[in-house]
Write a protein that binds this ligand. Sequence first.
Ligand SMILES: Nc1ncnc2c1ncn2[C@@H]1O[C@H](COP(=O)(O)OP(=O)(O)OP(=O)(O)O)[C@@H](O)[C@H]1O
Length: 756
Amino acid sequence: MSPDRETSRVFEDGTSDHAAELAREQTYVSAVYEKLDVERRDAQRRLDETLRQTGRTPQARTERDVATTLYTDRLAQLGSVEQGLCFGRLDFLPGREEETTYVGRLGLFDEDDDYRPLLIDWRAPVARPFYLATAASPDGVRRRRHLRSLSRRVTGFDDEILDLGAADQGQDLGLAGEAALLAALERRRTGEMNDIVATIQAEQDRIIRAPLGGVLVVQGGPGTGKTAVALHRAAYLLYTHRQQLTTRGVLVVGPNSTFLRYIGQVLPSLGETGVLLATVGQLWPGLDAVGVESPEAAEVKGRVVLAEVLAAAVRDRQRVPDPVLEIEHEREILKLDRKTCAEARTRARRSRRPHNLARRLFVSDVLDALTRQAARKLGEDLLDAQDVQDIRAELAASPAVAAALTRLWPKLTPEGLLDDLFADPAYLARAAGTLLTDAERAHLESGRDAQWTPADVPLLDELAELLGADDSEEQAQNRRRERVERAYAEGVLDILEQDEEIQDEEMLRVSDVLDAELFAERQQARSELTAAQRAAQDRTWTFGHVIVDEAQELSAMDWRLLVRRTPNRSMTLVGDVAQTGTAGGARSWDEVLAPYVADRWRLAQLTVNYRTPAEIMAVAADVLAELGGGLTPPSSVRETGVAPWSRHSTDLDAELPGLVRAELSLVDGGTIGVLVPAARHEHLRVLLGAGERLSVLTVDRAKGLEFDAVLLIAPDEIVAESPRGLNDLYVALTRATRRLGVVQTGDPVPALHRLG
Ligand SMILES: Nc1ncnc2c1ncn2[C@@H]1O[C@H](COP(=O)(O)OP(=O)(O)OP(=O)(O)O)[C@@H](O)[C@H]1O
């Protein structure tokens, strides 16, 4: 159904009516923007007022904190919805209370008219027919209108009349707002993902609005909008379960930082800033795990047996003397024997506390034993209880005793232990036992770079759990700081109260202003941290909901980390098992989830490809068939009439720059992705350079991204480069929104037979 045909159906007497209708829409949309401006000024004024308040009691201060966060968030939200604020309109069949509803990026109401809705938030239940209504099931909707706009100007609209006569709309894919959808898909790519709020399709909407609890897996082929759906789901959940989720926050996990940059603007454009976007490698606060290692090393590190290896590595550090450890104390030699230490060790281990916390038990038992010995040497009969206590305190403070305890049960940090483990083959061999082969251990030892790698982070996290943090000193410091802060606040209050007693109006005003500024400063520093920011600084933070994109790539150890961050198991996992590139990634969702939720997870599928034109998808479908696994390729929403091309190159360095230039000129200011085998990446990146419109990437870096045109280089090498090479080829072929060119340099790849 073309928009023109539809427009003429609605306005049978021609374009002048269309112009008049456009003008009417402009009047309405202008009024909505005016309301937005009023709301912004109002929120700014309230924030200013709140920051000026003194907060004289703890309750008042808490209230002020809450209000400041509220107005700061509101301002950010109102600031982010400027573009495309109002994008839809629903006209209902007679009999409904409301005749017309406008749908947009947030809800706005007219307080002077009994809170009449001016604009309905796209996430509100009443906006749902905008995404779900079809001619076959119109849900009371007579007409759905998509408004097009540029800044605050309405530039056009596309209508759909939802009567049964129009039931052929969207062909057999059941598309809603097809004209607007196709216009969105035709837009050239900029290197940043856009939101799809105006054109969400029914199968996507059902996933976005699925209930919060439990594990929802979204399986969908390339370009089916999994990433878009995941991000809109985050926005929807925050809107619908605001209270529950703003305190705990939502985490969105992506495969790498290039991908996170690509999707980074979507949630802010939906008015949501309280979501933490991170790779698993970024979930260790203060550490940027950007080290590089071999795929083999990363694969071994991702195996679930590493949890056992690490536990054994920790136990290995809990030692007993062989046979005796001598300690010099006050010119006497005290002896720690194997049996005493073994008993202390058993008691400490049985406590089931993490290593650094169980250490206190071990230390206490050893000190008891040493105290008994020292007392015996001094003549037990001559000592009273206080003397014995003093001896124990002296022993506890003795550097020689401390050194012995460190040898037997050292305080350990995750970083220190992991570094030692990978640097010391004998230690690794003891910890791994029969769990890893010699060759696998060799990967761990040799694959090391000076920096931590993303695959190290789940290991550090596992170790943090095994070791625990002896934070008694930190807690004592916190208690001291709280006491000081309380005393400070009480002091301020005293002064204010005295001032009030003096009843000197001028002085009162001065101290009020001073305190207001001080408090405002302190409070601002605290309240500006959203749950997402606090979560980013806290390894033990547990989220209200976790969304994982490209979930098929995660290793077993990654999953352990993420499940620890989501004790309520409220998760949305989106991915495609046909695109798994990492050796440790998923072959099936069952396999991945069984250890954590058994079979208690729900599966939703996406079936329509919004990215890759049918001509290119046909080539990719051959590769999918060769992969086996019984997955059906998604149906492309459009054809472009442009066939993918292939050529053989005998001198790539000479030919490629010209091919890239040609493609750049054909995409009308759009983007090109040159996807290359890892072994050629560095060379071709230097040869071609890179810029805003041109990216030279390995396939794993291109995962989740899209380009107007893709040039795929040496597909045979991509296939040969990894055990999941065919999956990589599938990913590479499905990155293009308009054009695909394949440059072969070696043997033809059978799965690409269609290209000739
Ligand atoms: N309903 C929609 N309206 C407009 N554009 C859409 C819609 N759904 C998806 N798209 C667009 O289709 C493209 C592919 O979407 P997305 O990247 O979310 O797919 P994906 O399933 O995550 O793909 P892949 O598995 O290949 O990474 C994006 O440009 C996205 O904006």
